[in-house]
Design a protein around this ligand. Sequence first.
Ligand code: SF4
Ligand code: SF4
Length: 259
Amino acid sequence: MKIVVTATGTDLEAKIDPRFGRCPYFLFVDTDTMDFEAVENSSVTLGGGAGIQSAQFVAEKGAKAILTGNCGPNAYQTLTAAGIQVIIGANGSVREAVEKFKSGGFAATSQPNVQGHFGTSGQPFSGQTGVGFGTGMGRGRGMGRGMGMGRGMGAMSPTGGMPTSLSKEEELAMLRDESRAMEEEKNRLMERIRQLETGKVKQVIARIDQQKCNGCEACLPVCPPQVIQMEGQKAVVKDGCTACGQCVDVCPTGAITMS
Ligand code: SF4
Ligand code: SF4
């Protein structure tokens, strides 16, 4: 069965991106073989309609189910009209989510769980009680051009959709994933701004602050291409970093950043 997972990276160890329409990558996974295809989401920068366009795209690719964090009403309608199961509340790595799906650990939702534009100006889905928070900003300029962006997220009530089944730990994990995804998107935007301003392309990789590194070696085993090595009592990143970000998650001192 072919399913699709919203992801922050291009392999099975990438984290789930909780946003459907604006996730950086879609990972199409064959649940029988675990073969996968990573496709960059071309809807990330759309001013509007990202959810619908993404839904049409994954339907055209033949996915039978989608695993994501949140899904707005337009995307939900498009996905379900195409016969695609919508599973929300997924977190952790793509591999973990797919394994949970295979073992029957998810149930398809019967409704969207956020309003449209989640990830750009989100609110909890109307009709649900719960908490929501968000900020937004907009910018416009002459000659009819303008753009805006904002962020928001919502947690649903005990009577609502996905969060009904979330434990405190699961909600914490989901919120941490969302926070990390937002931070990564901000870094991508800042890097693109820098590229446009300077005309220079800089490769984003993991960098280790030698002052903060305590030599615990926790980052070594999580690095897929094994490019982190110890030099004396400090960890260093050698050539070949794929910017997967997994070392950032495990470092207890915050010594590793992506830049
Ligand atoms: S996990 Fe952090 S503190 Fe530990 S060795 Fe790696 S960079 Fe240093
Ligand atoms: S150094 Fe960190 S970001 Fe780079 S490939 Fe290894 S785990 Fe991923």
